[in-house]
Design a protein around this ligand. Structure first.
Ligand code: NDP
Length: 246
């Protein structure tokens, strides 16, 4: 799984799945711009990543801010001299039942998970068309199945899938691959941001009942997808822990 000479932007690279993808890409020989809002965590990821000297460049970017998302993509293309792979991985999960929800949290999820993905994808497209590149969208099992307590999160991930399938049809003739990755439960910081104590307790209990995925399990899957020959497009990858039922 060789990425020598490939130029990649990973958005949402400061922890969890995105950090693991950054390390996997750099380890496979890619040059990577690792983007997110927390500079200390991006510096840690940059220091950990193996690969060619200065393989990873940290970059501050907030996908919930359209201007920041778009200028970040432009800056990454400038730094790398183009883009072969772009990973839309930034996301927040602020689940609660609809009745108990704070609409401000809905807005944050829509701005980050859905609109952020749209703006980064749109800004990246000219670069990906030029390189006949690959766009990876981190969706979720919640992009396929909606569950009580995660309606708005699931709505954002269903939205990512709907957008990505339409985009795939539009850019396939130009040689651009669109890959949706739909992980089940992964051991990351995602549930630490839940403001509802009952949902936090539920997430911890569910994660404690089974052997959940490690971020590197997902990163390896993404690395596999982006290193297939150009005529092979893995459009949709659902990757659950073996013991996860739904
Ligand atoms: P983490 O909380 O560890 O990672 C989330 C990443 O998103 C961080 O790098 C964070 O960086 C970034 N991010 C959040 N908001 C913004 C923003 N406004 N602008 C830029 N970056 C942002 O959780 P995961 O690794 O689990 O999450 C990664 C993706 O995987 C998400 O899209 C999530 O929905 C998805 N997912 C996770 C699953 C799981 O079980 N963990 C299951 C299915 C899907 P920073 O805070 O520095 O900005």
């Amino acid at each position: 799984m060789d990425m020598t000479g490939r130029r990649a932007l990973v958005v949402g690279a400061s922890s969890g799945i995105g950090a693991a993808i950054t390390e996997a890409f750099a380890g496979a020989g890619a040059r990577v711009v690792a983007a997110g809002r927390r500079s200390d965590r991006l510096d840690e990821v940059t220091a950990r990543a193996a690969g060619p000297a200065r393989a990873v460049t940290p970059m501050l970017l907030d996908v919930a801010d359209e201007a920041s998302a778009r200028s970040g993509v432009a800056a990454a293309a400038e730094i790398l001299g183009g883009l072969d792979v772009v990973v839309n991985n930034a996301g927040v999960m602020l689940s609660a039942t609809v009745q108990d929800s704070d609409p401000a949290e809905w807005e944050r999820m829509v701005r980050t998970n859905l609109l952020g993905t749209l703006h980064v994808s749109h800004a990246a497209l000219p670069h990906l068309v030029a390189s006949r590149g690959t766009l990876v969208q981190t969706s979720s099992t919640s992009g396929r199945v909606s569950s009580a307590g995660s309606g708005v999160y699931a709505a954002t991930k269903h939205g990512v899938n709907a957008f990505s399938e339409a985009l795939r049809q539009e850019v396939a003739p130009q040689g651009v691959r669109v890959v949706m990755v739909e992980p089940g439960m992964v051991d990351t910081e995602l549930s630490e941001h839940l403001s509802d104590p009952a949902m936090r307790a539920l997430a911890a209990r569910m994660a404690g009942e089974i052997r959940v995925l490690d971020p590197y399990d997902v990163a390896e899957t993404v690395l596999f997808a982006v290193t297939r020959p150009p005529h092979v497009s893995l459009n949709e990858i659902l990757v659950r822990p073996t013991e996860q039922v739904r």
